[in-house]
Design a protein around this ligand. Structure first.
Ligand SMILES: [Fe+2]
Length: 246
């Protein structure tokens, strides 16, 4: 695992790509993202001109929720991924896409990992959910079938979650949507299918990796995520005993 960001190795093109993507989403997101994301951007001190320096980000982030962002290679296996997050270390890739592939990515780069995820790590209840969900994953890390189901919860909340506010409007808190100009527009539009957050419904719903999601799940508070963990725990225990009796 690459343990340094090696900040000085970023080129002007790298910083320029960050600036283009950042400016585009900063214009696009104010009426679409949850307010906590927009406030979080300021709290962690992100700026358009330069790629964030993880060390400086962590000086601001850690006092807020205990979370810190740690450099990771492109792909982290499930066991390491959940172990890091359960210990409040969010692994983020350090490479950034090139100018030629601004909108096409086979795997997440730092614009997704850092811009999309890190501002949310300023929300204490959200962080508690994330760390506890990861700790729960570690309890079942020996069973890929269970991890597959639990990952659906991660996917439809942390990556592609929507939040229905008290005015009934859908706002984005999922990092996969926040870092995508196209999906941020589609997800909150009337064209997308939106369900109420429901643990069993999500456990029964496979997700799409290659294109935009065909459906989203809306929470009405971050506490709802945290409060859903006992039901999730129970569902996974049932699944485990079913797998073990087959
Ligand atoms: Fe992500």
């Amino acid at each position: 695992m690459n343990l340094t960001q090696n900040y000085s190795s970023y080129t002007e093109e790298n910083h320029n790509v960050w600036a283009i993507l950042y400016d585009r989403q900063i214009k696009n997101l104010p009426d679409k993202a949850v307010p906590e994301f927009l406030e979080g951007l300021k709290k962690v001190g992100f700026q358009s001109e330069r790629i964030p320096d993880f060390e400086k980000v962590n000086q601001r982030l850690k006092p807020l929720t205990g979370f810190e962002v740690v450099p990771a290679p492109g792909i982290v296996d499930d066991a390491l991924f959940f172990e890091l997050i359960a210990n409040k270390k969010f692994p983020a890739t350090v490479w950034i896409r090139s100018l030629k592939q601004l909108d096409y990515l086979e795997e997440p780069d730092m614009f997704h990992d850092v811009f999309g995820h890190v501002p949310l790590l300023t929300i204490p209840v959200y962080c508690e959910f994330l760390a506890k969900l990861s700790a729960l994953a570690l309890e079942h890390i020996d069973k890929p079938e269970i991890i597959d189901r639990l990952t659906r919860i991660y996917w439809y909340t942390i990556e592609f979650g929507l939040f229905r506010n008290s005015d009934g409007e859908a706002k984005i808190y999922g990092a996969g949507i926040l870092s995508s100009v196209g999906e941020s527009k589609l997800s909150v539009s009337e064209e997308s299918v939106k369900h109420d957050f429901d643990v069993q419904h999500i456990l029964d719903t496979p997700y799409i990796k290659e294109t935009f999601q065909s459906q989203y799940f809306c929470i009405d508070s971050y506490e709802q995520l945290l409060n859903s963990l006992p039901q999730l725990r129970e569902a996974l225990v049932k699944l485990r005993s079913k797998l073990e009796t087959v």
